[in-house]
Design a binder for this molecule. Sequence first.
Ligand code: ZN
Length: 469
Amino acid sequence: MQIDTKFIYQTKLIAALQESNDEESLVAKYKHEISLEALMYMFGGGNPKVTPEDERIVEGDIVLPNITDDSNELNGRKAVKEPLLLWPLATVPYTYHYSITDDEKRVIEMAIEHWQNETCLRFKPRTMFDYYFVRFRSDRSGCWSLLGRQPIYIHYGQDISIGKGCAEFGVVTHEIGHVIGFYHEQSRSDRDIAIHINWENVEKKFTLQFEREIDINYNVGYDYTSIMQYPSWAFSKAPFEKNSVVTLDPRYQRLLAKNNGLSFRDKKIANHLYACNKNCPNRKTTECLNEGYLKPYRNDGRQCECECPPTTTGKFCETLVKENYYDAIEPLPCGGNITQEGYIETPDYPQRLWPKQSCTWIVMAPSEKVIRLTFEGFEFAPRLYLPQTKAHKKCVNETVEVRLTNKYSGSIYCGNDITEGTEMISEGPEAIIIIIADKHMIGKGLRAKIEFIKKKSKNIWDLWEKVSG
Ligand SMILES: [Zn+2]
Protein backbone atom coordinates (compact mmCIF):
# COMPACT_ATOMS: atom_id res chain seq x y z
CA MET A 1 0.00 0.00 0.00
CA GLN A 2 2.80 2.36 0.92
CA ILE A 3 4.69 1.49 -2.25
CA ASP A 4 1.55 2.28 -4.25
CA THR A 5 1.52 5.79 -2.77
CA LYS A 6 5.08 6.36 -3.89
CA PHE A 7 4.28 4.93 -7.31
CA ILE A 8 1.29 7.25 -7.67
CA TYR A 9 3.39 10.23 -6.64
CA GLN A 10 6.10 9.41 -9.18
CA THR A 11 3.58 8.69 -11.93
CA LYS A 12 1.94 12.05 -11.29
CA LEU A 13 5.31 13.74 -11.42
CA ILE A 14 6.24 12.12 -14.74
CA ALA A 15 2.81 12.94 -16.20
CA ALA A 16 3.12 16.55 -15.07
CA LEU A 17 6.54 16.83 -16.69
CA GLN A 18 5.31 15.29 -19.95
CA GLU A 19 2.30 17.58 -20.09
CA SER A 20 4.30 20.75 -19.67
CA ASN A 21 4.87 22.70 -22.85
CA ASP A 22 8.13 24.39 -23.79
CA GLU A 23 7.42 27.62 -21.94
CA GLU A 24 6.57 25.76 -18.75
CA SER A 25 9.64 23.56 -18.91
CA LEU A 26 11.74 26.67 -19.40
CA VAL A 27 10.25 28.09 -16.22
CA ALA A 28 10.93 24.77 -14.47
CA LYS A 29 14.51 24.90 -15.74
CA TYR A 30 15.22 28.25 -14.11
CA LYS A 31 12.69 28.63 -11.30
CA HIS A 32 14.22 26.13 -8.92
CA GLU A 33 15.85 26.83 -5.59
CA ILE A 34 19.08 28.76 -6.05
CA SER A 35 21.75 26.24 -7.03
CA LEU A 36 24.66 25.31 -4.83
CA GLU A 37 27.10 26.79 -7.34
CA ALA A 38 25.45 30.22 -7.22
CA LEU A 39 25.08 30.11 -3.43
CA MET A 40 28.78 29.30 -3.12
CA TYR A 41 29.60 32.40 -5.15
CA MET A 42 27.36 34.62 -3.08
CA PHE A 43 27.78 33.26 0.44
CA GLY A 44 30.63 30.76 0.38
CA GLY A 45 33.44 33.21 -0.35
CA GLY A 46 33.34 32.33 -4.09
CA ASN A 47 32.72 35.87 -5.34
CA PRO A 48 35.79 38.05 -5.83
CA LYS A 49 36.63 40.41 -2.95
CA VAL A 50 36.95 43.37 -5.32
CA THR A 51 35.50 44.13 -8.75
CA PRO A 52 37.78 44.78 -11.75
CA GLU A 53 37.13 48.49 -11.01
CA ASP A 54 38.63 47.97 -7.55
CA GLU A 55 35.37 48.38 -5.66
CA ARG A 56 35.09 46.23 -2.55
CA ILE A 57 32.45 43.48 -2.34
CA VAL A 58 30.90 43.07 1.12
CA GLU A 59 28.32 40.69 2.60
CA GLY A 60 29.24 38.28 -0.16
CA ASP A 61 27.62 40.02 -3.11
CA ILE A 62 27.13 43.76 -2.43
CA VAL A 63 29.53 46.12 -4.19
CA LEU A 64 30.59 49.24 -2.29
CA PRO A 65 31.21 52.14 -4.65
CA ASN A 66 34.56 53.89 -4.36
CA ILE A 67 33.56 57.14 -2.76
CA THR A 68 36.43 59.59 -2.75
CA ASP A 69 35.31 61.79 0.15
CA ASP A 70 36.03 60.86 3.76
CA SER A 71 32.76 59.01 4.33
CA ASN A 72 33.13 55.62 5.93
CA GLU A 73 32.08 52.45 4.19
CA LEU A 74 28.73 52.20 5.94
CA ASN A 75 27.64 55.38 4.19
CA GLY A 76 27.30 53.41 1.01
CA ARG A 77 25.04 50.94 2.74
CA LYS A 78 22.13 52.94 4.12
CA ALA A 79 19.97 52.38 1.10
CA VAL A 80 16.71 51.74 2.81
CA LYS A 81 17.01 54.90 4.92
CA GLU A 82 18.50 57.05 2.18
CA PRO A 83 15.89 58.32 -0.33
CA LEU A 84 18.65 59.40 -2.73
CA LEU A 85 19.47 55.74 -3.29
CA LEU A 86 15.95 54.88 -4.46
CA TRP A 87 15.06 54.95 -8.15
CA PRO A 88 12.92 58.02 -8.96
CA LEU A 89 9.40 57.20 -10.18
CA ALA A 90 10.17 53.56 -9.30
CA THR A 91 11.75 53.24 -12.73
CA VAL A 92 14.99 51.37 -13.32
CA PRO A 93 16.49 51.91 -16.79
CA TYR A 94 18.67 48.97 -17.84
CA THR A 95 20.95 47.76 -20.60
CA TYR A 96 22.54 44.47 -21.53
CA HIS A 97 26.31 44.29 -21.86
CA TYR A 98 27.33 42.45 -25.05
CA SER A 99 28.45 39.49 -22.91
CA ILE A 100 24.83 38.62 -21.99
CA THR A 101 23.55 35.63 -24.00
CA ASP A 102 19.96 35.05 -25.17
CA ASP A 103 19.52 32.37 -22.53
CA GLU A 104 20.71 34.74 -19.80
CA LYS A 105 18.33 37.40 -21.14
CA ARG A 106 15.41 35.01 -20.70
CA VAL A 107 16.31 34.47 -17.05
CA ILE A 108 16.81 38.20 -16.41
CA GLU A 109 13.50 38.99 -18.08
CA MET A 110 11.71 36.39 -15.94
CA ALA A 111 13.12 38.00 -12.79
CA ILE A 112 12.22 41.51 -14.02
CA GLU A 113 8.69 40.34 -14.79
CA HIS A 114 8.40 38.88 -11.29
CA TRP A 115 9.40 42.22 -9.69
CA GLN A 116 7.05 44.14 -12.01
CA ASN A 117 4.10 41.84 -11.27
CA GLU A 118 4.49 42.21 -7.52
CA THR A 119 5.45 45.88 -7.19
CA CYS A 120 5.15 49.19 -9.04
CA LEU A 121 8.82 49.03 -10.07
CA ARG A 122 9.28 49.34 -13.81
CA PHE A 123 12.37 48.25 -15.70
CA LYS A 124 12.74 49.88 -19.09
CA PRO A 125 15.46 49.79 -21.72
CA ARG A 126 17.75 52.74 -21.20
CA THR A 127 17.51 55.75 -23.51
CA MET A 128 20.11 58.50 -23.92
CA PHE A 129 18.10 60.62 -21.49
CA ASP A 130 18.56 58.14 -18.65
CA TYR A 131 21.67 59.24 -16.76
CA TYR A 132 21.35 56.53 -14.14
CA PHE A 133 20.93 52.92 -15.22
CA VAL A 134 21.95 49.33 -14.49
CA ARG A 135 23.87 47.06 -16.83
CA PHE A 136 23.54 43.28 -16.70
CA ARG A 137 26.78 41.56 -17.68
CA SER A 138 28.10 38.01 -17.62
CA ASP A 139 31.78 38.48 -18.44
CA ARG A 140 32.86 38.81 -14.83
CA SER A 141 33.33 36.30 -12.07
CA GLY A 142 30.49 35.87 -9.60
CA CYS A 143 26.98 37.12 -8.83
CA TRP A 144 26.89 40.63 -7.34
CA SER A 145 25.39 44.10 -7.59
CA LEU A 146 25.30 47.50 -5.92
CA LEU A 147 22.88 48.65 -3.25
CA GLY A 148 20.23 51.05 -4.55
CA ARG A 149 20.79 53.67 -7.23
CA GLN A 150 24.35 54.86 -6.74
CA PRO A 151 24.76 58.50 -7.84
CA ILE A 152 28.48 58.18 -8.61
CA TYR A 153 27.70 55.96 -11.60
CA ILE A 154 25.92 58.80 -13.43
CA HIS A 155 26.31 58.37 -17.21
CA TYR A 156 28.48 55.29 -16.67
CA GLY A 157 25.86 52.84 -15.37
CA GLN A 158 26.12 50.37 -12.49
CA ASP A 159 26.80 46.69 -13.09
CA ILE A 160 24.82 43.65 -12.05
CA SER A 161 27.15 40.71 -12.52
CA ILE A 162 25.47 37.50 -13.66
CA GLY A 163 28.72 35.54 -13.99
CA LYS A 164 29.12 31.89 -14.85
CA GLY A 165 26.72 29.81 -12.74
CA CYS A 166 24.64 32.86 -11.72
CA ALA A 167 22.05 32.95 -14.51
CA GLU A 168 19.19 31.70 -12.36
CA PHE A 169 15.80 33.19 -11.61
CA GLY A 170 16.36 33.28 -7.82
CA VAL A 171 19.85 34.80 -8.13
CA VAL A 172 18.75 37.58 -10.50
CA THR A 173 15.68 38.28 -8.32
CA HIS A 174 18.05 38.60 -5.32
CA GLU A 175 20.54 40.86 -7.11
CA ILE A 176 17.73 43.11 -8.36
CA GLY A 177 16.62 43.22 -4.70
CA HIS A 178 19.93 44.91 -3.81
CA VAL A 179 19.64 47.31 -6.73
CA ILE A 180 16.20 48.52 -5.62
CA GLY A 181 17.48 49.01 -2.06
CA PHE A 182 17.27 45.72 -0.16
CA TYR A 183 19.90 44.60 2.33
CA HIS A 184 20.29 40.96 3.24
CA GLU A 185 17.55 39.77 5.55
CA GLN A 186 19.89 38.79 8.40
CA SER A 187 21.52 42.22 8.44
CA ARG A 188 18.21 43.79 9.48
CA SER A 189 18.51 45.87 12.63
CA ASP A 190 15.95 43.63 14.37
CA ARG A 191 17.44 40.29 13.33
CA ASP A 192 18.17 39.17 16.90
CA ILE A 193 14.49 38.48 17.52
CA ALA A 194 14.53 35.89 14.73
CA ILE A 195 17.98 34.44 14.18
CA HIS A 196 21.11 33.58 16.10
CA ILE A 197 24.60 33.98 14.66
CA ASN A 198 26.99 31.24 15.77
CA TRP A 199 30.00 33.56 15.90
CA GLU A 200 32.26 30.68 16.87
CA ASN A 201 31.43 29.05 13.52
CA VAL A 202 31.97 32.15 11.38
CA GLU A 203 35.26 32.34 9.54
CA LYS A 204 37.19 35.19 11.20
CA LYS A 205 37.86 37.19 8.06
CA PHE A 206 34.14 37.13 7.30
CA THR A 207 32.76 38.42 10.62
CA LEU A 208 32.02 41.78 8.99
CA GLN A 209 29.58 40.00 6.67
CA PHE A 210 27.18 39.75 9.62
CA GLU A 211 26.91 43.42 10.58
CA ARG A 212 23.51 44.85 11.31
CA GLU A 213 22.35 47.74 9.16
CA ILE A 214 20.49 50.91 10.00
CA ASP A 215 17.29 50.36 8.11
CA ILE A 216 13.56 50.87 8.07
CA ASN A 217 11.39 47.81 7.86
CA TYR A 218 7.97 49.49 7.95
CA ASN A 219 6.91 47.17 10.78
CA VAL A 220 7.11 44.22 8.41
CA GLY A 221 8.33 41.19 10.35
CA TYR A 222 11.57 39.32 9.80
CA ASP A 223 11.19 36.66 7.11
CA TYR A 224 13.19 33.42 6.97
CA THR A 225 11.74 32.82 3.51
CA SER A 226 12.96 36.15 2.13
CA ILE A 227 14.89 35.96 -1.14
CA MET A 228 17.47 38.12 0.68
CA GLN A 229 18.18 35.59 3.48
CA TYR A 230 21.66 34.01 3.87
CA PRO A 231 21.79 30.19 3.90
CA SER A 232 22.65 28.49 7.20
CA TRP A 233 26.27 27.86 6.20
CA ALA A 234 27.07 31.37 4.90
CA PHE A 235 30.69 32.36 5.62
CA SER A 236 31.08 29.42 7.97
CA LYS A 237 34.55 28.18 8.96
CA ALA A 238 33.32 24.75 7.94
CA PRO A 239 30.48 25.15 5.43
CA PHE A 240 27.95 22.28 5.61
CA GLU A 241 29.53 21.06 8.85
CA LYS A 242 28.97 23.98 11.22
CA ASN A 243 26.10 26.42 10.74
CA SER A 244 26.70 30.14 11.05
CA VAL A 245 23.07 31.29 10.79
CA VAL A 246 20.32 29.52 12.70
CA THR A 247 16.69 30.32 13.38
CA LEU A 248 15.84 30.98 17.05
CA ASP A 249 13.05 28.44 16.69
CA PRO A 250 14.77 25.32 15.30
CA ARG A 251 11.60 24.21 13.48
CA TYR A 252 12.12 26.95 10.92
CA GLN A 253 15.75 26.14 10.12
CA ARG A 254 14.48 24.18 7.10
CA LEU A 255 13.13 27.35 5.50
CA LEU A 256 16.41 29.29 5.23
CA ALA A 257 17.46 30.05 1.65
CA LYS A 258 14.91 27.65 0.17
CA ASN A 259 12.82 30.30 -1.53
CA ASN A 260 13.24 30.96 -5.23
CA GLY A 261 11.21 34.16 -5.53
CA LEU A 262 9.94 37.09 -3.50
CA SER A 263 8.25 36.23 -0.23
CA PHE A 264 5.06 38.00 0.88
CA ARG A 265 7.06 40.24 3.21
CA ASP A 266 9.67 41.00 0.50
CA LYS A 267 6.84 42.24 -1.70
CA LYS A 268 5.28 44.23 1.12
CA ILE A 269 8.52 46.07 1.96
CA ALA A 270 9.23 46.83 -1.71
CA ASN A 271 5.69 48.19 -2.11
CA HIS A 272 6.24 50.44 0.93
CA LEU A 273 9.70 51.51 -0.18
CA TYR A 274 8.38 52.82 -3.50
CA ALA A 275 4.97 53.94 -2.15
CA CYS A 276 3.30 51.74 -4.77
CA ASN A 277 -0.24 52.35 -3.51
CA LYS A 278 -0.02 56.11 -3.07
CA ASN A 279 -2.28 56.76 -6.07
CA CYS A 280 -4.88 54.10 -5.28
CA PRO A 281 -8.29 55.85 -5.23
CA ASN A 282 -9.20 53.83 -2.12
CA ARG A 283 -5.90 54.33 -0.29
CA LYS A 284 -7.57 56.12 2.61
CA THR A 285 -10.79 54.12 2.71
CA THR A 286 -9.68 50.50 2.40
CA GLU A 287 -7.87 48.94 5.31
CA CYS A 288 -6.19 45.60 4.70
CA LEU A 289 -6.07 43.65 7.95
CA ASN A 290 -3.63 41.17 9.48
CA GLU A 291 -0.44 42.25 7.72
CA GLY A 292 -2.20 42.69 4.37
CA TYR A 293 -1.43 45.69 2.16
CA LEU A 294 -2.93 47.44 -0.86
CA LYS A 295 -1.62 46.07 -4.13
CA PRO A 296 0.23 48.49 -6.40
CA TYR A 297 -1.87 50.98 -8.34
CA ARG A 298 -2.06 50.06 -12.03
CA ASN A 299 -2.91 53.55 -13.34
CA ASP A 300 -6.31 52.36 -14.52
CA GLY A 301 -8.53 54.40 -12.19
CA ARG A 302 -9.66 51.21 -10.48
CA GLN A 303 -9.58 50.56 -6.77
CA CYS A 304 -6.61 48.61 -5.43
CA GLU A 305 -7.26 45.22 -3.84
CA CYS A 306 -5.65 43.84 -0.71
CA GLU A 307 -2.66 41.53 -1.03
CA CYS A 308 -3.10 39.10 1.85
CA PRO A 309 -0.42 37.23 3.80
CA PRO A 310 -0.38 33.42 3.59
CA THR A 311 -2.08 33.32 7.02
CA THR A 312 -5.32 34.94 5.85
CA THR A 313 -8.06 34.99 3.22
CA GLY A 314 -10.92 37.38 2.47
CA LYS A 315 -11.28 40.62 0.56
CA PHE A 316 -9.65 42.55 3.39
CA CYS A 317 -7.52 39.65 4.72
CA GLU A 318 -10.01 39.49 7.58
CA THR A 319 -10.18 35.69 7.95
CA LEU A 320 -7.27 34.19 9.82
CA VAL A 321 -6.70 30.62 8.60
CA LYS A 322 -3.32 29.99 10.24
CA GLU A 323 -1.79 31.62 13.30
CA ASN A 324 1.81 31.41 12.23
CA TYR A 325 3.27 32.96 9.08
CA TYR A 326 5.74 30.13 8.45
CA ASP A 327 3.28 27.32 9.18
CA ALA A 328 1.01 28.92 6.59
CA ILE A 329 3.80 28.92 4.01
CA GLU A 330 4.83 25.33 4.67
CA PRO A 331 3.41 23.29 7.54
CA LEU A 332 6.01 21.39 9.56
CA PRO A 333 5.73 17.88 8.10
CA CYS A 334 6.98 15.91 11.10
CA GLY A 335 8.74 15.99 14.44
CA GLY A 336 7.55 17.74 17.58
CA ASN A 337 8.30 18.21 21.26
CA ILE A 338 9.33 15.00 23.01
CA THR A 339 9.00 14.96 26.79
CA GLN A 340 8.78 11.21 27.35
CA GLU A 341 11.09 8.30 26.65
CA GLY A 342 10.33 6.28 23.53
CA TYR A 343 11.25 6.33 19.87
CA ILE A 344 11.47 8.94 17.17
CA GLU A 345 11.37 8.03 13.51
CA THR A 346 10.92 9.65 10.13
CA PRO A 347 7.49 9.19 8.48
CA ASP A 348 6.99 5.75 6.85
CA TYR A 349 10.28 4.45 8.31
CA PRO A 350 12.10 2.36 6.98
CA GLN A 351 10.90 3.80 3.70
CA ARG A 352 10.75 7.34 2.44
CA LEU A 353 7.62 7.90 0.43
CA TRP A 354 7.39 11.68 0.28
CA PRO A 355 9.90 14.40 -0.53
CA LYS A 356 10.88 17.23 1.81
CA GLN A 357 10.01 15.47 5.06
CA SER A 358 12.04 17.87 7.17
CA CYS A 359 11.39 16.85 10.78
CA THR A 360 12.50 18.74 13.88
CA TRP A 361 12.38 17.08 17.28
CA ILE A 362 12.97 19.04 20.45
CA VAL A 363 13.64 16.52 23.21
CA MET A 364 13.28 17.72 26.79
CA ALA A 365 14.19 15.53 29.76
CA PRO A 366 13.46 16.33 33.42
CA SER A 367 15.94 18.96 34.58
CA GLU A 368 18.19 16.60 36.54
CA LYS A 369 18.52 14.12 33.65
CA VAL A 370 20.31 14.00 30.31
CA ILE A 371 19.22 12.41 27.03
CA ARG A 372 20.64 9.27 25.46
CA LEU A 373 19.89 8.76 21.77
CA THR A 374 20.49 5.26 20.46
CA PHE A 375 20.29 5.06 16.69
CA GLU A 376 18.55 1.96 15.35
CA GLY A 377 18.62 3.09 11.74
CA PHE A 378 20.06 6.00 9.78
CA GLU A 379 20.21 6.47 6.02
CA PHE A 380 19.86 9.66 3.98
CA ALA A 381 21.21 11.13 0.73
CA PRO A 382 24.97 10.54 0.57
CA ARG A 383 27.72 13.11 0.97
CA LEU A 384 28.34 15.15 -2.16
CA TYR A 385 31.10 14.22 -4.58
CA LEU A 386 32.31 17.57 -5.89
CA PRO A 387 36.12 17.59 -5.85
CA GLN A 388 37.95 20.90 -5.50
CA THR A 389 35.00 22.67 -3.91
CA LYS A 390 34.14 23.42 -0.29
CA ALA A 391 31.13 21.14 -0.68
CA HIS A 392 33.18 18.03 -1.51
CA LYS A 393 32.33 15.09 0.77
CA LYS A 394 29.93 17.28 2.75
CA CYS A 395 26.26 16.82 3.60
CA VAL A 396 24.66 19.21 1.14
CA ASN A 397 21.50 17.67 -0.30
CA GLU A 398 20.20 16.40 3.03
CA THR A 399 21.35 17.12 6.55
CA VAL A 400 20.58 15.73 9.97
CA GLU A 401 21.85 18.09 12.64
CA VAL A 402 22.10 16.79 16.20
CA ARG A 403 22.51 19.44 18.89
CA LEU A 404 23.59 17.91 22.17
CA THR A 405 25.62 20.57 23.96
CA ASN A 406 24.52 23.85 22.44
CA LYS A 407 21.01 25.01 21.67
CA TYR A 408 22.08 26.59 18.39
CA SER A 409 24.95 24.50 17.11
CA GLY A 410 25.47 20.79 16.58
CA SER A 411 27.09 18.24 14.31
CA ILE A 412 25.77 17.54 10.84
CA TYR A 413 25.33 14.04 9.41
CA CYS A 414 23.94 12.40 6.26
CA GLY A 415 24.34 9.25 4.13
CA ASN A 416 25.27 6.34 6.39
CA ASP A 417 27.25 8.50 8.81
CA ILE A 418 25.62 7.08 11.94
CA THR A 419 25.90 3.32 12.30
CA GLU A 420 23.31 1.15 14.00
CA GLY A 421 23.71 1.10 17.75
CA THR A 422 25.51 4.46 17.96
CA GLU A 423 24.81 6.25 21.22
CA MET A 424 24.87 9.99 21.74
CA ILE A 425 24.40 11.66 25.11
CA SER A 426 23.36 15.27 25.66
CA GLU A 427 25.14 17.56 28.06
CA GLY A 428 21.98 18.97 29.60
CA PRO A 429 18.27 18.11 29.62
CA GLU A 430 17.69 19.25 26.02
CA ALA A 431 18.59 17.80 22.63
CA ILE A 432 17.49 18.95 19.19
CA ILE A 433 17.41 16.92 15.99
CA ILE A 434 16.79 18.79 12.75
CA ILE A 435 16.36 16.99 9.45
CA ILE A 436 16.46 19.03 6.29
CA ALA A 437 15.35 16.65 3.58
CA ASP A 438 15.27 17.24 -0.15
CA LYS A 439 13.14 15.80 -2.91
CA HIS A 440 15.15 12.67 -3.65
CA MET A 441 13.86 10.36 -0.91
CA ILE A 442 17.12 8.39 -0.72
CA GLY A 443 17.66 5.89 2.12
CA LYS A 444 15.36 4.66 4.83
CA GLY A 445 15.37 7.69 7.11
CA LEU A 446 16.01 7.65 10.84
CA ARG A 447 14.87 5.77 13.92
CA ALA A 448 16.29 6.38 17.37
CA LYS A 449 15.51 5.40 20.93
CA ILE A 450 15.16 8.22 23.44
CA GLU A 451 16.07 7.61 27.07
CA PHE A 452 16.39 9.99 29.98
CA ILE A 453 19.35 8.97 32.09
CA LYS A 454 21.16 10.23 35.14
CA LYS A 455 23.86 12.74 34.40
CA LYS A 456 27.31 11.21 34.79
CA SER A 457 29.20 13.11 37.41
CA LYS A 458 32.40 14.73 36.27
CA ASN A 459 33.38 15.94 39.70
CA ILE A 460 35.86 13.66 41.44
CA TRP A 461 34.50 14.59 44.89
CA ASP A 462 30.94 13.64 43.85
CA LEU A 463 32.30 10.28 42.73
CA TRP A 464 34.16 9.90 46.01
CA GLU A 465 30.99 10.60 47.95
CA LYS A 466 29.15 7.94 45.94
CA VAL A 467 31.89 5.36 46.43
CA SER A 468 32.21 6.07 50.12
CA GLY A 469 28.44 5.90 50.43
ZN1 ZN B 1 23.01 39.50 -1.75
